[in-house]
Design a protein around this ligand. Structure first.
Ligand SMILES: Nc1ncnc2c1ncn2[C@@H]1O[C@H](COP(=O)(O)OP(=O)(O)OP(=O)(O)O)[C@@H](O)[C@H]1O
Length: 815
């Protein structure tokens, strides 16, 4: 406990907490924003303005005239001497917070709560954001992240505001990203619990968790920051404005991705904790530091929503990567299984299945796996343990159904009853329809639309549960979601297959819709849906499509037969589906999407491609590869622990299309030779993502003889200007570069000047003087390390340009 927590009134400002700041000058932290026009003391136009940590603006003269020069500590003249957080208030608040955080529901299960400290497993949190988390579907991110060699030093969640030894900056706002179910909420709860129990971060006087899910419900209301805290934390109702203004407070805003608030950073300035405004404005002002400039702010978000916070307001970006190391995964399962032999069996099973091992980086998936495998090993079920994702999720559904029966004390065997099926299909319809619209959060109205009554949903606790449960009267509107996007995708796939299988029996309207959308055989539905998924740029339907394929497997049809309806697929058709997948045309489709074909085959238990590629990699690699083999190879190279020295597409004996399917392997190689491969914008997007990823391995990129005109160049530049980019050699011979693409190139290089050593621009006759001029700008940059710039002099049209170029080349110290 710090000295500020004594019972006696302490001065409002100590020299530590005094935040006396001129409007200009102090660049250590965010400015509290422009000052209001008048001084809060004399009421006249502000002269030589200064602000206090409580947010008041005064003329410097007014401030100094009110201060007692003999005192070493000073208070804000407007607030008067404040009170530090009273120890009784703090300790009662801590015990309320401790109670709230010490036990957690896993997944989103209601009822069964577990001690957080018992199950909490250290997560891998790193500084910075990798490219994957910002652009790809979460399921693919898991795979990419899972193979990353662990270079970046992890940060404990408790140290999220502590600068690293090499950093000399104050960290006021932290933005932590991570895919769904990776442990963001668990991290903030653990942080709060450790603080409340007095074991970590005791220099903070107050930790105030505010989830966006809750804030959504009051987004129409006007509050002051102080009343907002009172509303969400009634045990702090004694907290006064002065105390709040003078305490060291941390606000934790969890789940920005769920926010329905519009965070507008260009609007009004609020500087006082008692000033009323919209909730979104209170947050904006807290984040930009106008309101309570000394408060710390921790925001968590899924990647896609993180850009709502301007980067200039964030002092540290971090990423929760889940359980990256085998040790973390093992630790998680050891905590879950008390019987060490059972645990060994489970761990060795996960290691042997590629899909399960990749997915087990995500804690929520570990929970699903542990739930299923625990149930299976305990009940000594005969038969193999689930191998594929579809298999695992099918068992998960059955386990949860049995649990539901236990809660509702229904008695019946392990099979699905008609009532179970009806409920699950309603959930499936909700999942399917909302997935098509890209929604992951649902309200009562959405549930009613599919005929789901609320008691059903809450009884079905493991699958779809009332996730918003607070006793306060203002929180009477509930929000629902599936415990993980993958569960929504799985139920959506079940519903889709069911609709097809049962088309002759019921629901003619849906049948009609399905018929309109797709042709009538399941085989064709699978092709159509796969093609539809190719068009989603972030792979939103990838996992859904994988599950669709997996559900056609006989073993899964058997498990979920009651739900899926009479199977319309026999082994002959299944073989045709496999063949269709192998010869699927993916022209103009991102090669990342094509890789999903390979995953669909895995879900169908067809490992032939995998085997063929294993053999190919062991051979002299001269064998001709089909296009689907190329996708499989790209995937395997990308996931390999070893970074490939060289990826030369021309060295592979395959078609033009096959070569393009290999492009994703660029994410895991040092030297990429893409000469004359007809790369299009979608392929350059993959190359750019390789340059942006963390860590980025690519050092040499040869794009000779590909058309890199304006829009393609923009995509490439996006990668070149990433702080993660480490490219040393860039070859752009015969790339049809225009003056404007050269400008984009020069400004991208200028914004990130220190990595490139060699740039070859031969045979781009359209560059002309203005292109050269832009390059000169880059060359003059002090951090530019380029020592070889091929052929640029030949593009100078005027003698003047030639002279300026040669003089820049001669004077630059690096050449
Ligand atoms: N550190 C951890 N130790 C043990 N289990 C964990 C940990 N982190 C997460 N889990 C498991 O994963 C589940 C999901 O975690 P959490 O809710 O924190 O994810 P999230 O990143 O906030 O997801 P979302 O973006 O969907 O809100 C938890 O309910 C728990 O079962």
């Amino acid at each position: 406990m710090t000295h500020l927590l004594c019972d006696t009134a302490a001065p409002a400002f100590t020299s530590r907490s005094l935040c006396l700041k001129r409007l200009k000058g102090n660049n250590e932290r965010e400015s509290p924003g422009p000052a209001p026009l008048s001084c809060c003391l004399c009421g006249s136009v502000l002269r030589d303005p200064v602000s206090s940590s409580c947010g008041h603006w005064l003329c410097r003269h007014c401030l100094s005239s009110t201060w007692d020069q003999s005192s070493s500590t000073q208070s804000c003249p407007q607030c008067g001497p404040g009170l530090s957080l009273h120890s009784t208030l703090q300790s009662s608040y801590k015990s309320v917070l401790e109670q709230r955080c010490e036990s957690v529901s896993e997944g989103a299960e209601t009822g069964a709560r577990t001690s957080l400290n018992r199950i909490y497993t250290e997560l891998y949190i790193t500084e910075g954001l990798s490219e994957e988390v910002s652009t790809q579907h979460e399921e693919r991110q898991m795979e990419t992240l899972s193979k990353k060699t662990v270079h970046d030093a992890p940060i404990r969640c408790q140290d999220i505001f502590k600068a690293l030894p090499s950093e000399h900056k104050a960290i006021r706002v932290v933005l932590t990203c991570g895919v769904a179910g990776v442990g963001k909420t668990f991290s903030v709860v653990k942080f709060s619990l450790d603080w409340a129990q007095g074991s970590e971060n005791q220099e903070l006087e107050l930790v105030v968790p505010l989830s966006f899910r809750e804030l959504n419900l009051v987004r129409e209301q006007r509050y002051s920051l102080l009343t907002l805290i009172h509303v969400f934390h009634p045990s702090l109702k004694e907290l006064s404005a002065q105390t709040l203004a003078h305490s060291k407070v941390l606000f934790i805003c969890d789940g920005l991705d769920e926010s329905r608030l519009s965070l507008d950073f260009s609007r009004e300035l609020i500087s006082e904790v008692t000033q009323e405004s919209e909730v979104s404005q209170l947050l904006v002002n807290l984040i930009r530091g106008s309101l309570l400039p000394s408060a710390l702010i921790w925001i968590t978000s899924r990647p896609a929503a993180a850009n709502q916070i301007p980067a200039r307001c964030v002092h540290r970006f971090t990423e929760v990567r889940g359980f990256i190391t085998d040790q973390q995964k093992e630790q998680y399962f050891r905590k879950r299984f008390t019987d060490s032999e059972q645990c060994d069996r489970v761990l060795s099973h996960i290691r042997t299945s590629r899909s399960l091992h990749n997915m087990s980086q995500i804690p929520v998936f570990c929970w699903i796996t542990a739930t299923v495998l625990d149930h299976m090993v305990r009940s000594e079920q005969s038969g193999p343990l689930p191998q594929t994702l579809t298999d695992m999720y099918a068992h998960f559904l059955l386990v949860q159904t049995q649990r539901k029966r236990k809660y509702s004390q229904e008695s019946s065997g392990p099979e699905l009853t008609q009532a179970d099926c009806e409920l699950l299909l309603k959930l499936g319809r909700l999942a399917f329809e909302q997935l098509q619209r890209g929604n992951i959060m649902f309200y009562q109205e959405d549930l009613q639309q599919v005929g789901l009554d609320l008691s059903e949903a809450s009884v079905y606790s493991g699958l779809c549960t009332e996730i918003f449960k607070r006793e306060s009267v203002i929180f009477n509107k509930s929000v629902y979601c599936f415990i993980h996007l993958s569960v929504q995708e799985f139920l959506a796939a079940i519903y889709h297959i069911h609709t097809f299988n049962c088309e002759n029996k019921k629901n003619k309207n849906i049948l009609q819709r399905v018929k309109d959308l797709f042709k009538t055989t399941l085989e064709e539905i699978l092709i159509k849906t796969l093609q539809q998924s190719f068009l989603c740029p972030n792979g939103r339907l990838d996992l859904f499509v994988r599950f669709l394929h997996g559900l056609t497997l006989e073993s899964n049809q058997r498990l979920l037969g009651a739900l899926l309806g009479p199977s319309q697929i026999d082994s002959e058709t299944r073989q045709r589906v496999i063949n269709n997948l192998k010869k699927m045309n993916t022209k103009d489709i991102s090669p990342d999407r094509s890789i999903n074909i390979f995953h669909c085959l895995t879900e169908l238990n067809d490992h032939s491609l995998h085997q063929q590629i294993q053999d190919f990699l062991k051979s002299d690699r001269s064998e001709k590869l089909s296009e689907s083999q190329c996708s499989a190879l790209a995937y395997m190279l990308q996931m390999s622990e070893d970074v490939l020295e060289e990826l030369d597409l021309q060295k592979y004996n395959t078609s033009e299309e096959g070569r393009l399917r290999l492009v994703p392997a660029v994410r895991n190689c040092r030297k990429a030779e893409f000469s004359g491969c007809k790369l299009s914008k979608v392929h350059l997007e993959v190359v750019a993502s390789a340059l942006k990823s963390s860590p980025s391995h690519l050092r040499h990129l040869d794009l000779n003889n590909n058309s890199v005109v304006n829009s393609e160049m923009k995509v490439l530049c996006d990668g070149l200007q990433s702080p993660n980019c480490q490219l040393e050699t860039l070859i752009l011979w015969r790339c049809s570069l225009s003056e404007s693409s050269c400008s984009s190139l020069a400004s991208a290089l200028k914004s990130n000047p220190s990595h490139l050593r060699q740039l070859s621009l031969n045979f781009n006759p359209n560059l002309k003087d203005s292109g050269v001029e832009r390059l000169c700008d880059f060359l003059q940059n002090l951090d530019c390390r380029l020592y070889s710039l091929r052929s640029v002099h030949s593009y100078c049209h005027t003698l003047d340009m030639f002279h300026s170029f040669t003089s820049v080349m001669n004077t630059s110290p690096s050449r």
